[in-house]
Design a protein around this ligand. Sequence first.
Ligand code: HEM
Ligand code: ISQ
Length: 151
Amino acid sequence: GAFTEKQEALVSSSFEAFKQNIPHLSILFYTLILEKAPAAKGLFSFLKDSDGVPQDNPKVKAHAEKVFELTRDSAAQLRAKGEVVLPDAISKHLGSVHVQKGVTDPQFAVVKDALLKTIKEAVGDKWSEELNTAWEIAYEELAAVIKKAMS
Ligand code: HEM
Ligand code: ISQ
């Protein structure tokens, strides 16, 4: 896939904007996921026993950050070698975690929409279609690797 230097730069710089405000943006991310996929609440060990999304749980923030970080890394890989490759152990681990939780294909689209909206909030008036498309491609390529490991 042709992923340009510009696209990678857009993803990297907006990931930095995300990191500036993890407490707010990670809660937004979960909230958007749960709005569209309420059943997902019972899947997250750190959410299932609380009302809404716990605001001050470090696990909640760390897990959300990981998803954005993996997507940012995928953008870098797409630029460098045209494909996303996860180390074998990581891909097997992510495949088995998501199978075990019973994650479905439509839920991948829900997480994508939530991720794109969260990035939009993170960058404010620096948002553009080009930025959005770059995140979308990186996420889709990463999701494809995880889905393959799930199958
Ligand atoms: C766990 C990433 C899609 C639900 C995880 C973990 C990562 C991750 C890094 C932590 C694994 C560990 O514990 O070591 C991703 C990425 C995705 C994706 C990069 C898409 C590209 C999804 C989707 C769902 C989902 C679509 C559906 C709602 C979960 C759940 C867990 C999990 C329930 C277990 C959380 C817990 O520890 O209780 N994911 N995920 N993931 N993911 Fe995803
Ligand atoms: C893991 N997988 C998918 C989405 C997530 C959102 C928040 C925290 C962890 C996640």
